[in-house]
Design a binder for this molecule. Structure first.
Ligand code: G3I
Length: 360
């Protein structure tokens, strides 16, 4: 079929979308669909789109250490409370992101009277942060990214973070123990990018086994899924789904998006910037829209084939106007998601709904 005809068919399918054709309904019984929402309140039409299409939400930023506890003992829960209440009011699950990370984590955790804090003090602060946050949302936030991106992208095993410097590898098990003590019903995840790739997959398996050897309750793993159009590692993704499932882990795809503006680096290390061209300021050319549709469809066919291993697939943003990829690794006009800036469905939606139909 000529690409223009295929595109026309997919667009008309998407345009014909109704409540019956939502993502969450299409894959019901196989895996849940989630979306990351920003701190600032959404417009009414955005909320409608989010609550119609998705059955779960992740706070993109407001539940991270810095936004929640900017200074020691002073918590800022307003934004998180609002998002959690909004989700529960609309029957959505909430995934907590994230208790321990090296980014958006204030320096005060590691300083005492102008000097590096003692390990005991850092451990106390780690546990107090986790206890306060997880207890507040116990029974409401049922799954947590306890630790985010602790593995190194380099030759070493663990990323050299202030947490590792202060507490050594113990901080990882400490975090999971603290979260479990605060809410024994919560399911606790380790979350990272590029763990679909062989080297980091092995590091992730080593981390999970090490945590379990220390008696830490690790229930699941988050494969972030910040992939690039035309470079989706389908075969490696499948190997990681199989490997993590074999490890007895619940799997979530936690931050899915397809960058359509070429960038040099893979992954999502937001502290690394690049220079580049804003190639598609006025929209994505039809042939890229079609390739994006076909590659998302292939990915969801793979997810559907392994739906017994996947608990949830969460998109990292609701539409192209609200993606972090408009600002990283340099400022550009990106088009990574299923809806454009005018909330119009792109061909990828129809292509993925068609996959769901085939899977029935
Ligand atoms: O809220 C402040 C605002 O008050 C201030 O005026 C503005 C300018 O400095 O910054 C705003 O905070 C920004 C925040 O997003 C909210 O927009 C931070 O500077 C900015 O760094 C932060 O970026 C977030 C990034 O994590 C932080 O590293 C992105 O939105 C978010 O999409 C991204 O998400 C991460 C996941 O948490 C972990 N996996 C990788 C993923 C992509 O980096």
């Amino acid at each position: 079929m000529r690409s223009s005809a295929l595109l026309a068919m997919l667009s008309s399918l998407a345009a014909a979308e109704s409540d019956d054709l939502t993502l969450k309904r299409a894959f019901a019984g196989r895996f849940e669909l989630g979306v990351a929402l920003p701190t600032a309140p959404l417009r009414e039409e955005e909320n409608k789109l989010a609550f119609t299409q998705f059955g779960a939400l992740t706070a993109e930023n407001c539940m991270k250490p810095g936004p929640l506890q900017p200074t020691e003992g002073r918590f800022a829960f307003e934004a998180a409370d609002r998002l959690v209440a909004l989700a529960l009011d609309h029957g959505l699950q909430v995934h907590g992101h994230t208790l321990v990370w090296h980014q958006q984590c204030p320096d005060w955790f590691f300083v005492q009277d102008g000097q590096p804090a003692t390990p005991e003090r850092v451990r106390e602060r780690l546990r107090a942060h986790i206890r306060t946050v997880v207890q507040r949302y116990a029974g409401k936030v049922k799954t947590w990214d306890v630790v985010n991106e602790a593995l190194s992208d380099g030759k070493e095993y663990l990323r050299p973070t202030p947490w590792l410097a202060a507490l050594g590898e113990d901080y990882l098990a400490e975090a999971f123990h603290a979260a479990h003590e605060a809410d024994p019903t919560a399911e606790l995840f380790y979350n990272d990018y590029n763990i679909e790739l062989p080297e980091k997959r092995e590091k992730a398996l080593r981390l999970i086994r090490e945590l379990r050897r220390r008696g830490a309750p690790v229930h699941g793993i988050g494969i972030q899924g910040h992939w690039q159009l035309d470079h989706i590692p389908f075969a490696e993704i499948e190997k990681s789904l199989i490997a993590f499932h074999a490890e007895g882990l619940k799997i979530m795809i936690t931050e899915l998006d397809f960058d359509v503006v070429p960038r040099r680096q893979s992954g999502a290390a937001t502290d690394v910037r690049e220079e580049g061209q804003d190639l598609y300021p006025n929209g994505l050319p039809p042939e890229l829209l079609e390739r994006q549709a076909q590659q998302y469809a292939r990915l969801f066919a793979l997810f559907d084939q392994h739906h017994d291993k996947i608990h949830r697939v969460t998109f990292w943003g609701l539409h192209d106007g609200r993606t972090w990829l408009n600002g990283w690794p340099y400022k550009r006009t990106n088009h990574p998601l299923f809806w454009d800036r005018q909330l119009q469905a792109k061909p990828a939606l129809a292509a993925v709904l068609a996959v769901a139909g085939q899977g029935l």
